[in-house]
Design a protein around this ligand. Structure first.
Ligand code: HEM
Ligand code: HEM
Length: 147
């Protein structure tokens, strides 16, 4: 834990959690939506730092995604789970920008159920995925050695 890379990773993990919580808190009535956007974008920037901290793992996981035979192995499943997490994170940021510039919540029609609010639904999915992602790695939040 005392080495610098571990400490930097721990700080990023901590701020990842804080920015999600604060961006939700800023949805309370007396905050400007710009404060919400600020913390949402800070979260997105920290995700980039988080991935850069483990470039080696990311490239191994990307290689697993390209090999069909690996998909059912634990690491292959982790690669798919992380890809889904990234996809949903990108959706949250994109939908947030669309809502902001269109001055209204953008609706997505799935054809199955009534149209859904893109940003709200993607945010809720993100919160569920992040909770699972974080809880499963809880013991490594402070002591991550992964490169
Ligand atoms: C940590 C990531 C984020 C989460 C969990 C999140 C969650 C939410 C939720 C649940 C709402 C709905 C409030 C309501 O209508 O009751 C909302 C609203 C909004 N968010 Fe985010 N958000 C995030 C990031 C962002 C980002 C990065 C942007 C802009 C780029 C953004 C822009 C907006 C805007 C413009 C609204 C108001 C319009 C709407 O209801 O969609 N958000 N956010
Ligand atoms: C609240 C936000 C998040 C927290 C607290 C968090 C925390 C962690 C922790 C503790 C690890 C384990 C590090 C280790 O084993 O040493 C990890 C790994 C990882 N995280 Fe996150 N993370 C967050 C969000 C994300 C997001 C949005 C992505 C987007 C793809 C992501 C991608 C990864 C990847 C690729 C790994 C390495 C492989 C794995 O363990 O799945 N994380 N994260």
């Amino acid at each position: 834990m005392d080495d610098l890379p571990s400490r930097q990773r721990w700080i990023v993990h901590l701020w990842l959690i804080l920015t999600v919580l604060v961006s939700l808190l800023t949805l309370l009535p007396h905050f400007s939506i710009l404060v919400h956007i600020f913390f949402g974008l800070l979260f997105a920037g920290l995700v980039v730092a988080h991935l850069r901290h483990r470039r080696r793992t990311v490239s191994i996981l990307l290689a697993d995604l390209r090999r069909f035979g690996k998909w059912i192995k634990p690491r292959g499943r982790m690669a798919w789970a992380d890809l889904l997490l990234l996809f949903v994170t990108i959706n949250v940021v994109l939908s947030g920008f669309f809502d902001y510039f269109e001055h209204r919540p953008v609706m997505i029609s799935t054809g199955l159920i009534s149209p859904i609010r893109w940003h709200v639904v993607s945010s809720l999915v993100l919160l569920v995925l992040l909770t699972v992602h974080t809880l499963r790695r809880w013991r490594r939040l402070r002591t991550s050695q992964v490169r």
